[in-house]
Design a protein around this ligand. Sequence first.
Ligand SMILES: [Zn+2]
Length: 69
Amino acid sequence: MADIIPFSCTHCGSETFTASSPVKTYKDFLGAVCAKCGAVVKEDDIKKKGLKIADDLVRDAFKKAGFTD
Ligand SMILES: [Zn+2]
């Protein structure tokens, strides 16, 4: 399992961030700084990304379980 969590800057789309501690969960992106544009990740940014990814995971899980919509 890779430790890398996909996350992109809501301002410039860069996926490189400078975080004060190793990022293991989306919450750890809070306060991280985009290496390209310098934007600081806010809670809302994480929520938007997190929710979308959660949706995708749920959809995948349902597909694997044989459910279709
Ligand atoms: Zn950026």
